[in-house]
Ligand binder design. Structure first.
Ligand code: BGC
Length: 305
């Protein structure tokens, strides 16, 4: 599926979420060195900077004990191909070449106050993909035909997106996820949507399964208006000085001339506890950078924010 790769619609500012006091998922046991805004860039001298090193215990195993999505702690014997595809693993960043010091990649957006991988599997970029599926909010008028609903304050039409409630943190989010080893980001967009918003893994009747996969594949490939919203670094709380999240977020928008929904009814599965259509507005509080992605979509489509 060729996604129209326009220019990136989102500018990433200095990272903030990965400079909070505590490293996430550690019961506040891992404390980041406080990095002031002016000391974030690596080219600013800071000789005393020596933050704690933390890599989650489940990432320190070897052989069968190491999850398939994770690198070994010691990369010396593996001869990784930094800044390029490396077998099943994409070690290339969306935003250009990163530096590598002592076999450890350096976060291209600067210091974070913790070294190691934290709870991320890969040294360097950890790739995810986020499908932002949208449609206009409509209602029936007296004659029974559909019309777009506008917001009373801005008089702008309201967009709706497919949101999921994440099981891990309880936050609402776009139904995205990590790119599996050997997978390309475009396949991840479809797979994650099928798993989290349509519970494809637990749809046991083969015919129903095929019909859902076909319908969504067709929507993603042939029907939706597609636009790349972001491909690059994400200011994610899990980022460290040596490991960080990157994502490719793509908007799949249902054309307004199609009145009925092109997609099957939503049904949460996998890492999602709920899946629903949600009206997009600035007060939605969402996981990681997802609000920024949605804001960019509303600007692109001329919708209420
Ligand atoms: C999530 C994505 C998110 C990315 C970066 C992944 O774990 O599944 O939705 O964009 O992290 O925060």
């Amino acid at each position: 599926m060729a996604i129209k790769l326009g220019h990136n619609l989102l500018k990433v500012m200095t990272h903030i979420k990965c400079r909070g006091k505590f490293y996430p998922r550690t019961d506040n046991a891992v404390i980041r060195t406080a990095v002031p805004d002016d000391k974030v860039p690596w080219n600013i001298e800071w000789p005393e900077y020596n933050p704690v090193t933390y890599t989650a215990p489940h990432l320190l195993g070897t052989g069968d004990q190491l999850p398939s999505w994770a690198d070994p702690e010691d990369m010396a014997g593996v001869c990784p191909k930094w800044n390029s595809p490396d077998g099943n693993v994409n070690r290339k960043s969306h935003i250009g070449d990163y530096e590598v010091h002592n076999n450890k990649p350096r976060n291209p957006c600067g210091r974070t106050g913790v070294q190691g991988r934290g709870c991320l599997g890969r040294w360097g970029p950890n790739h995810a993909a986020d499908p932002i599926v949208t449609r206009w909010k409509t209602e029936k008028d007296e004659s029974g035909s559909s019309k777009m609903v506008t917001h009373p304050k801005t008089s702008m039409p309201i967009l709706q997106f497919v949101a999921i409630k994440r099981k891990d943190c309880g936050e609402w989010a776009i139904p995205g996820g990590m790119v599996d080893p050997g997978e390309d980001s475009t396949s991840t967009l479809l797979r994650e949507f099928l798993e989290e918003a349509l519970n494809i893994e637990e749809t046991s009747v083969a015919e129903e399964r095929h019909s859902i996969v076909n319908q969504v594949s067709r929507f993603f490939r042939d029907i939706a208006i597609r636009q790349l919203i972001h491909s690059g670094y994400v200011d994610d709380p899990r980022n460290t000085d040596n490991a960080w999240m990157e994502t490719m977020a793509v908007n799949f928008h249902q054309p307004s001339e199609i009145a009925d929904s092109c997609l099957p009814s939503l049904n949460a599965g996998s890492d999602a506890a709920e899946a629903v259509w949600v009206d997009i507005c600035s007060s939605n509080s969402l996981y990681a950078s997802h609000s920024d992605f949605l804001k960019a979509v509303t600007m692109l489509r001329g919708a209420h924010w």
